[in-house]
Design a binder for this molecule. Structure first.
Ligand code: ITT
Length: 210
């Protein structure tokens, strides 16, 4: 049962476990498009809560770890996502290590250069890769759900485009001639792993919070 204010159900608060404002806007737009009345806030609204160590070995495990930690700490439902690039010829690596592939967390330029160097001798036909995303919703009582999204493509030999972040300049989605870094934000959200996972989350939010 929702708490009531002035006879109307209070708008439930949903925390997104990220300090990335772009992710918060993306999920907010998707929840609004699904006509869901929730107050979405990023982890920045809770600066005293420490970041969670990503000790899982799958995207889903890491997303669940982050979502549960935030739900427990805030007493509100929480969403977390974990994503990365999986390269077929590398057996799925960098995978969960995507953000720190070259050693320093979030050094996009070094990560991309290292990956390109590792794949230098690999021909086009063996350069299949995909972005993967798991998005988890956890409630303070321990209830949990996970959904996933995937964007398949091939890896270029050199970066192209200035949009996006991370490995966007080298992933060319199947069926397109541009890299993700050459797509507009709307074009990327429409096909991206995270866009798919967040859209799959909307009915789950409705089921558990609506
Ligand atoms: P949080 O603060 O929300 O955890 P993050 O950037 O550390 O964001 P992500 O799980 O979203 O963590 O992504 C991990 C890495 O995977 C990221 O640093 C990129 O290298 C890569 N990656 C994920 N999504 C990507 C995308 O849409 N385009 C390019 N690279 C992506």
């Amino acid at each position: 049962m929702q708490p009531r204010t002035g006879g109307r159900p209070a708008t439930p608060r949903l925390i997104l476990a990220t300090r990335n404002a772009g992710k918060v806007s993306e999920l907010r737009a998707i929840l609004e498009a699904a006509d869901l009345d929730v107050e979405l806030v990023g982890a920045d609204a809770y600066p005293d809560i420490p970041d969670v160590k990503e000790t899982g070995v799958t995207f889903a495990e890491n997303a669940l770890l982050k979502a549960h930690a935030l739900a427990r700490a805030t007493g509100h439902p929480a969403v977390a996502d974990d994503s990365g690039l999986c390269v077929d010829v590398l057996g799925g690596a960098p995978g969960i290590f995507s953000a720190r592939w070259a050693g320093t967390h979030g050094d996009d330029r070094a990560n991309l250069s290292l990956l390109l160097a590792q794949l230098a001798d690999i021909s086009d036909e063996h350069r299949a890769a995909h972005f993967a995303c798991a998005a988890a919703l956890a409630l303070p009582d321990g209830t949990q759900r996970v959904v996933e999204g995937k964007l398949e493509g091939t890896l270029r030999h050199a970066p192209s485009g200035t949009g996006g972040f991370g490995y966007d300049p080298i992933l060319q989605p199947l069926g397109d001639t541009r890299t993700c870094a050459e797509l507009t934000p709307n074009e990327k959200n429409a096909i991206s792993h995270r866009g798919q996972a967040f859209r799959a989350l909307a009915p789950v939010v409705r089921e558990l919070l609506g």
